[in-house]
Design a protein around this ligand. Sequence first.
Ligand code: CTP
Ligand code: MG
Length: 211
Amino acid sequence: MNLTSVIVAAGSGKRFGSKKQFEPLNGKLVIDYSVEVLSDFGKIVIVARREDMDFLSDRFNFARIVEGGKERMHSVYNGVLASDGEFVLIHDAARPAIDNDMVRRLILAVRDFDAAILAIKAYETLKLSEDGFSVDTLNRERVYISQTPQAFKRDRLLEALKRALAMNEVFTDEAALWERYYGRVKIVEGSRKNIKITTKDDLRIVGCLLG
Ligand code: CTP
Ligand code: MG
């Protein structure tokens, strides 16, 4: 199947304190893990800040490196533009704990449904709050926590990204964009291990999980 993975790595890591995607993690860099797994499935596009583009071209000479944008969605757009093939996978460089198995399941789903994401069922009770008070409890059966990679039919995703950017609409992930323009996105069981590194604690936790 003709597929490109777009790994977004153009964030500045405000909450972490530095660019977490390039932190050392058990002898490698955080981004290395994602590149390694996703290279098995097709071409790689890495979206990065300008100052990191040279070092990334040296490190991953088989990948295409493109410059990111202000918001994550701008970075995704630049990456999708630089990709080709029928399908595109969008993945956060800050999520190193993916494995071939979950990617394979995601790809099977996107062939059938044009849009598929990894997600896990909410595993704790989720509260709706108002002014610091819990006012309602969500039905956990229906609530999922969204992860990456997320997979899409490339031409349709590109079209939706163009429309959103033209309207100045910002979506937190590509699934939200797809829901808005096209409708349903297939949910594929992810893993609790597939955490996104946001803080230093997350990096320590991922270090243990991968160790
Ligand atoms: N990202 C990107 N371009 C941006 C913003 C984010 O490519 N303009 C990437 C990040 O590098 C990361 C992923 O999107 O791999 C998820 O974003 P997030 O966890 O929010 O990372 P940062 O934006 O770097 O962190 P923070 O929000 O704390 O600044
Ligand atoms: Mg961010």
